[in-house]
Design a protein around this ligand. Structure first.
Ligand code: AHR
Length: 501
């Protein structure tokens, strides 16, 4: 029997709610069809936003939403997306399928969506093909309350009061689709562009995100931080609030990524192993950040992560539409546990992407929608948001193939404001159940609420069978005389236990 030991008296740091953030790009059917159908659509909507989708997302307590890209951000010119819709410029979405972008979803619509979701805003600016003036005017348009050309334009377009921009990204993947820059060149540009991201509200709450590395590109992290480090102040803070990291779990290689639904146990272990690799990336990039920012004032912002498979057969290859199985659920479970455990450095993470693209929460088809296994993981983990990470230690065994060894279990534990303890556990074996005993330092468990997500490794929801996989109540545990919890976690499962205070 594996033992999970929890020290409820040892709090290791606050789990920023933003770790449970989302990403929505003008890509495939994420924005259009997925979130936004327009005011005249037959699909029930409020100001163009799908009611069914928004309601389902509200249950996840989404803390923050990133927009408009991704690669799209560095060819997006925000002024094309304001004013009367019929007069908005049309453009080609060169990154994603070469389709026509009519700009009917722009700044006002994004802010409306965030208001409906009740979440913070993370806007990614254009450095690759945009000017400093364009970026600074966007900030002025969105956040300035006084009299100025941009605030007058905003008012003319129907919005009197400024909005709040919580996070602003200065370029996306500037090492790649965002301009193919060297770290040295980007570092200098970053210094310049960020100077014009003015804090018009004067509350210091517009957080500037610097474009960080792709996966294991430690050279990028080192060079960009070296360039942006303020030698007069001897710190980075002020120059930036966060450094991004992008990492996707791709079971094969980029030319043959592997199917989302057709895979065997070997593929399972390889995928989970690749997902777990994000811990090494966080640790190594953090180590570099520590040299410039030992007090950890700068957050690591994992603003793109998740599984990336081959697109579903017969769909536009540029739309990145993929199914979502229990394998995705276990990738989400293990990744979120890792982010929780590194909450002293990881301040935000945005899974890619929210609807109909890559590892999505929701898939839609016309007026139908379904919740994916990944959706339920985010639902089960929502109580970790803003809770205190607790010290925990899990006894694990190695499982897998000769090539791909992984731990059999993944966990993280937190305490919410009311003193309730939240344990999220994943059984990473697709075949083997696992008996576990959970012990506390002093506490004796009395009242427990629990839910489980379980199914065959390839199990997923379809529009014909939308509830094949869903979160259900779990009561199969025993509380021992000494207040420990004994249970057996089925193979290929995610479990959330709430131990009442
Ligand atoms: O999420 C899809 C794409 O992946 C994003 O547009 C880009 O930033 C990354 O390469």
């Amino acid at each position: 029997m594996a033992k999970l030991t929890i020290n409820e008296n040892k709090k290791l740091g606050k789990i920023n709610a933003e770790i449970y953030g989302q990403f929505s790009e003008h890509l495939g059917r994420c924005i259009y069809e997925g979130l936004y159908v327009g005011e005249d659509s037959e699909i029930p909507n409020v100001n163009g936003m799908r009611i069914d989708v928004v309601n389902a997302l509200k249950d996840l307590k989404i803390p923050v939403l990133r927009w408009p890209g991704g690669c799209f951000a560095d060819e997006y010119h925000w002024k094309d997306g304001i004013g009367p819709k019929a007069e908005r410029k049309k453009m080609i979405n060169t990154n994603w399928g070469g389709v026509l972008e009519d700009n009917s979803f722009g700044t006002h619509e994004f802010m409306e969506l965030c208001e409906q979701l009740g979440c913070k805003t993370y806007i990614n600016g254009n450095v690759g093909s945009g000017t400093v003036q364009e970026m600074s005017e966007w900030i002025e348009y969105m956040t300035f309350d006084g009299v100025s050309p941009m605030s007058e334009l905003r008012k003319k377009n129907g919005r009197e009061k400024p909005w709040k921009v919580d996070y602003f990204g200065i370029g996306n993947e500037s090492w790649g689709c965002g301009g193919n820059m060297t770290p040295d060149y980007y570092g200098n540009l970053y210094r310049r562009y960020q100077s014009f991201v003015k804090d018009y509200a004067g509350d210091g709450n517009i957080h500037k995100i610097c474009c960080g590395p792709n996966a294991d590109d430690y050279h990028w992290t080192e060079e960009v931080l070296k360039k942006t480090y303020d030698h007069t102040q001897k710190e980075l803070h002020g120059m930036m609030d966060g450094l991004s990291l992008h990492y996707y779990t791709v079971p094969g290689d980029w030319t043959n990524k592997g199917s989302a639904t057709e895979f065997d146990e070997k593929d399972w272990y390889r995928t989970i192993k690749k997902a777990l690799y994000i811990e090494e990336l966080i640790e190594k990039h953090s180590h570099i950040m520590d040299q410039y920012d030992p007090e950890k004032k700068i957050g690591m912002i994992v603003d793109e992560w998740g599984c990336w498979f081959d697109v579903e057969f017969g769909t536009n290859p540029g739309f990145l539409y993929q199914q979502n199985t229990m394998r995705d659920a276990l990738v989400a479970c293990a990744s979120l546990n890792i982010f929780n455990k590194h909450c002293n450095r990881v301040k935000m993470a945005n899974i890619a992407q929210m609807i109909n693209v890559l590892q999505a929460m929701i898939l839609t088809e016309g007026n139908k929608m379904l919740l994916t296994p990944t959706y339920y993981v985010f639902h089960m983990y929502r109580n970790h948001q803003n809770a205190e990470l607790l010290e925990s230690d899990m006894e694990i065994s190695e499982i897998g193939t000769d090539d791909d060894k992984i731990p059999d279990l993944s966990e993280s534990v937190s305490m919410d404001e009311a003193g309730n303890i939240h344990i999220t556990l994943g059984n990473l074996s697709p075949v083997q159940e696992n008996p576990i005993e959970i012990r506390f330092f002093e506490k004796r468990a009395e009242h427990i609420l629990a839910t489980i997500l379980t199914g065959p490794m390839k199990g997923h929801n379809t529009f014909e069978e939308p509830e094949a996989i869903r979160e259900t109540e779990f009561t199969d545990f025993v509380i021992t005389d000494s207040g420990n919890i004994c249970l057996t976690i089925p193979p290929c499962s995610v479990l959330h236990l709430e131990v009442k205070s």
